[in-house]
Design a protein around this ligand. Structure first.
Ligand code: ATP
Length: 584
């Protein structure tokens, strides 16, 4: 397929923000795409080349792209940087520069989608010495043959700045319409996505087998399942308002969620955001098979750092010492862990998602052989507020965060946050108190003790509908000197020349970052703001939400991707809750 078929559709999508129009353009594109390359189109429109969990990243720096544009156009890097600084994004700037060139020469050959995709895949695999030069050559060779519009989108995909507002939801609508002619089949498409986390694979099955293929779609080992998430409740009373019958109260441990896939002795671990994290836990790979009395299975567990002598749980931050490339062996022995199982999603070649909670728990109890390393998360059945309070006290006293309250006859609802799981933390019982997970998008330079570091950070929530990061506050408190050093180090590798186009901000930060790092933040209140963009127009026209007296809790949420940050609806819910408490 000609790459121009895709780039022309992307150009049309870029000129609208209306979901219906975006869906129509996408449906048209999907209908014109052969089944053999449909998954490639699906990845590319999301600015990716493989599903997230495979960890294939392009990660091309702006500097390298500028060099490639220079090589293809003969224009100096200085001039390209100046044009880029004058406005637009680098994709557009590159296209304009290359347009001047194509007016004097003509492009050598038609560029195909397969060629662009394969080149991007090759680029993503290059590493080590000489890889930067090779990447530059590959990029420049594509730009030599591409038209300006094609170049613009190739550059945007390479830079990770393709921003079309096609969230996963719109893609699933379009898939249902294009291949089944019925938008109502969207739910079936979503189910398939929830158990595979791979819209490319889902699209391939739809394009070749239609809806029947999707109906047969099941969980498979080593393809992560999108996690079930919990709603917050503020008190025992609140919980009983949401769940009428008895429910299970499990300790809410403060660690890293891991989805453990096992086939005989082969073990793969996925994080909450479905990143493959197996390499950080060689001890789990080595020991866990012996603790699981099953040949195959998909399990969920919370990995928690422990004090080796007392066995007590340690806070989540301790685990993050393992997120390193070098000297991992040392970290494994310095920061021992336990694996605390709380669910089974697949076992004995059987899908367990539809089975009720209690049956899954019993199965888990039969399979897991507990020892110092592997444990079952403590659970009790609760039938009144007193029981919940007692469990909550016990959980907090054991160093846990609170409770997860689970409806005993509920199936596992992959990829959804709802009332079948509720989380009750001690901190929710106080004022607004709940923490938010926010993305660092910019910073302001520090003074005094913080000279040479970032003194204040600009933070954003996530808007899943528009796939953007609207700002919500600046934060400058809660940082220890150690935090400041650590954040400076992490953020220095994420600096961009300009604000990322997915960041929505009226503020001008001193420095901008790729929206990637997620921090846990508490605040005294949520107020209405004409400056910040989170929840814009949700309460009043042109007004968003801001946090009052925000403070960093000390937790860097490295297990969360930016798209897992708190969403606008969560901020709205907290705002409404706060209003309710004010009225009481
Ligand atoms: P939080 O910010 O509270 O960790 P989250 O957005 O990561 O929330 P939630 O579904 O809201 O995800 O909260 C559940 C999280 O709590 C899980 O992702 C998991 O890491 C952790 N957890 C700890 N103990 C349990 C348990 N017994 N059952 C389920 N999840 C648990």
């Amino acid at each position: 397929m000609k790459f121009s078929v895709l780039s022309d559709s992307l150009e049309k999508m870029e000129s609208t923000t209306k979901r219906i129009e975006l869906t129509d353009i996408l449906v048209e594109l999907l209908k014109n795409t052969h089944a053999s390359i449909i998954s490639k189109v699906i990845y590319l429109i999301q600015g990716k080349i493989r599903p997230n969990f495979e960890g294939v990243e392009l990660g091309i720096a702006e500097k390298l792209v500028i060099r490639a544009i220079s090589k293809s156009s003969g224009i100096t890097t200085k001039k390209i940087e100046d044009d880029y600084n004058d406005g637009g994004d680098l994709g557009k700037t590159g296209a304009n520069i290359l347009r001047q060139k194509t007016q004097t020469t003509f492009t050598a050959e038609t560029i195909t989608l397969e060629r662009v995709y394969d080149t991007l895949l090759k680029i993503s695999k290059l590493e080590g010495k000489g890889s930067q030069d090779m990447k530059m050559k590959y990029i420049s060779s594509l730009l030599n043959d591409a038209t300006p519009i094609e170049s613009k989108f190739i550059l945007k995909i390479l830079l990770g700045t393709l921003r079309l507002g096609i969230a996963e939801n719109t893609t699933m609508d379009a898939l249902a319409i294009a291949f089944t002619n019925e938008k109502s089949n969207r739910e079936l498409v979503e189910n398939a996505y929830n158990v595979s986390s791979d819209l490319g694979k889902v699209s391939e099955v739809l394009a070749t087998e239609g809806i029947n293929g999707i109906l047969k779609f099941t969980t498979s080992l080593f393809s992560p399942i999108r996690p079930m998430l919990a709603d917050r409740v503020k008190s025992e009373d609140d919980a009983f308002k949401k769940i009428k019958n008895d429910f299970a109260a499990e300790y809410k441990l403060d660690g890293e969620r891991a989805q453990i896939h096992k086939k005989n002795n082969e073990i793969v671990l996925f994080s909450r955001s479905l990143e493959n994290i197996t390499r950080y836990y060689p001890d789990v790979v080595e020991k866990i098979s012996k603790c699981i009395n099953a040949n195959d299975g998909i399990f969920e567990a919370e990995i928690v750092a422990v004090n080796e002598n007392t066995g007590n749980f340690l806070p989540f931050q301790e685990l993050m010492h393992r997120r390193r490339k070098y000297k991992l062996e040392q970290a494994v022995s310095d920061y021992p862990i336990t694996v605390n199982f709380f669910d089974v999603l697949y076992y004995n070649q059987t899908d367990y998602l539809e089975k009720p909670y209690m049956e899954r728990r019993k199965t888990l109890e039969n399979i897991i052989k507990e020892n110092n390393f592997a444990k079952l998360v403590p659970m009790s059945i609760v039938s009144n507020e007193g029981d919940v309070t007692e469990s909550l006290e016990n959980s907090i006293n054991s160093g846990c965060e609170g409770l997860m309250l689970k409806v005993i006859d509920s199936p596992y609802r992959a990829g959804t946050r709802g009332n079948n799981w509720l989380k009750l933390k001690r901190e929710y019982q106080n004022e607004l108190g709940d923490s938010l997970d926010l993305v660092v998008v910019g910073a302001f330079f520090g003074r005094g003790r913080r000279t040479g570091k970032y003194g204040t950070l600009l933070l954003s929530s996530y808007n899943s509908e528009s796939d953007t990061f609207p700002t919500i506050c600046k934060v400058g408190t809660g940082f220890t000197d150690e935090n400041l050093d650590q954040l400076f180090q992490i953020l220095s590798s994420k600096v961009t020349l300009k604000k990322n186009p997915r960041v929505e901000s009226t503020m001008e930060a001193d420095i901008w970052f790729e929206p990637e790092l997620v921090l846990e933040i508490v605040a005294s209140e949520i107020s209405l703001s004409p400056i910040h963009k989170t929840g814009l127009n949700m309460i009043r026209k042109d007004i968003g939400f801001a946090l009052r007296f925000p403070k960093f809790t000390g937790k860097i949420r490295s297990e969360k991707s930016a798209e897992d940050a708190s969403v606008d609806e969560e901020v709205l819910a907290l705002y409404k809750n706060q209003k309710k408490s004010e009225m009481n």
